[in-house]
Ligand binder design. Structure first.
Ligand SMILES: NC(=O)c1ccc[n+]([C@@H]2O[C@H](COP(=O)([O-])OP(=O)(O)OC[C@H]3O[C@@H](n4cnc5c(N)ncnc54)[C@H](OP(=O)(O)O)[C@@H]3O)[C@@H](O)[C@H]2O)c1
Length: 286
């Protein structure tokens, strides 16, 4: 166990599933944990549960964020920085999979914005606070699904020109999570900031429970869910990367079950990582 007393952590999607369990683990080690969640009632309930389970009374806070809105990401950062001047751990965990194409208030395909663009924006807006937490850690929850993406279609990241395939769009965003991690690591001094990505395993969380994965998923998921690991087990690699002294200074890596492994070849494409960064900068005006 590390002692994170005095450290500040942000967990997006910390109200549910893997994120909530990761928040418990990080709070148990003494950090002040900010749950960034879109639903205030769910966030409040999670806060009470995390405080109780982590014995962290007064050290868990909720600040609203809707990752489907860039304005909301800015509001989150305004509220956060009015209260805190540092971020030691940023766990970009929130994510969703959608069967049908949907767009955000900013006009982007929803998975692209929630799973990638808004986390890109959040991380960049927190640049100074992360520098104050040096050596700060950014941990991005990707997925094995990134291996299913055959590269990125940079001419159609919003899926306007192709037939929409929800899982393909999801896989592409999970590839973006690894590319973003590697490019962030490349652009950062590891004494100031490290960035790593991970696959949590197949986890029986609330993920894809609300008919978001179409008929096949609705029929198939209940059949395979008994083989899923618990959210607590799925959170172990997130907690490890966020807190363990064993990974101090390690950066730009992709972890599965607590070990650095090679991601898919497309995730190692440095030109794609740079191009994604530059496009994301333009789209989010970060
Ligand atoms: N479960 C798996 O098998 C699995 C496998 C590989 C990777 N992952 C990744 O693990 C991460 C966590 O997922 P999970 O399994 O813990 O699923 P989960 O229980 O559904 O949690 C997802 C979290 O993301 C939040 N979220 C979704 N859209 C949002 C938005 N617009 N603004 C703010 N928050 C939003 C959800 O908020 P609400 O509660 O309000 O919906 C929830 O807190 C995701 O990035 C996912 O891609 C999961």
């Amino acid at each position: 166990m590390s002692d994170l007393t005095g450290k500040v952590a942000i967990v997006t999607g910390g109200n549910s599933g893997i994120g909530k369990e990761a928040a418990v683990g990080i709070a148990r080690e003494g950090a002040h944990v900010v749950i960034a969640a879109r639903n205030p009632a769910k966030a409040a309930a999670a806060r009470t549960e995390i405080e109780t389970r982590a014995d962290a009374r007064g050290r868990v806070e909720t600040i609203p964020i809707d990752l489907a809105s860039f304005a909301s990401v800015h509001e989150f950062v305004d509220v956060f920085t009015a209260k805190h001047d540092r971020v030691d751990i940023l766990l970009n965990n929130a994510g969703l999979v959608l069967h049908k194409r949907a767009t955000t208030v900013d006009g982007h395909e929803t998975q692209f914005q929630v799973n990638h663009l808004s986390h890109f924006l959040l991380t960049n807006l927190l640049h100074d606070a992360l520098a104050n937490g040096a050596p700060a850690r950014v941990v991005n929850v990707s997925s094995y699904a990134h291996t299913r993406a055959r590269g990125l279609d940079f001419d159609d990241l919003d899926w306007e020109r192709r037939r929409y395939r929800g899982f393909a769009a999801y896989s592409a965003t999970k590839l973006m999570n690894v590319l973003f991690t590697r490019e962030l690591a490349r652009r950062s001094d590891p004494d100031v900031l490290t960035a790593n990505a991970l696959h949590p395993g197949f986890v029986g969380s609330n993920f894809a429970r609300e008919g978001d994965i179409g008929l096949l998923g609705t029929i198939g998921m209940p059949l395979i869910r008994p083989f899923a690991i618990s959210s607590a087990t799925g959170a172990l690699t997130s907690i490890f990367l966020a807190t363990s002294p064993d990974v101090a200074g390690l950066t730009g890596l992709y972890f599965v079950k607590g070990k650095a492994v090679k991601p898919a070849a497309h995730a190692l494409d440095e030109a794609a990582a740079t191009r994604l960064w530059e496009i994301s900068e333009k789209l989010t005006q970060a």
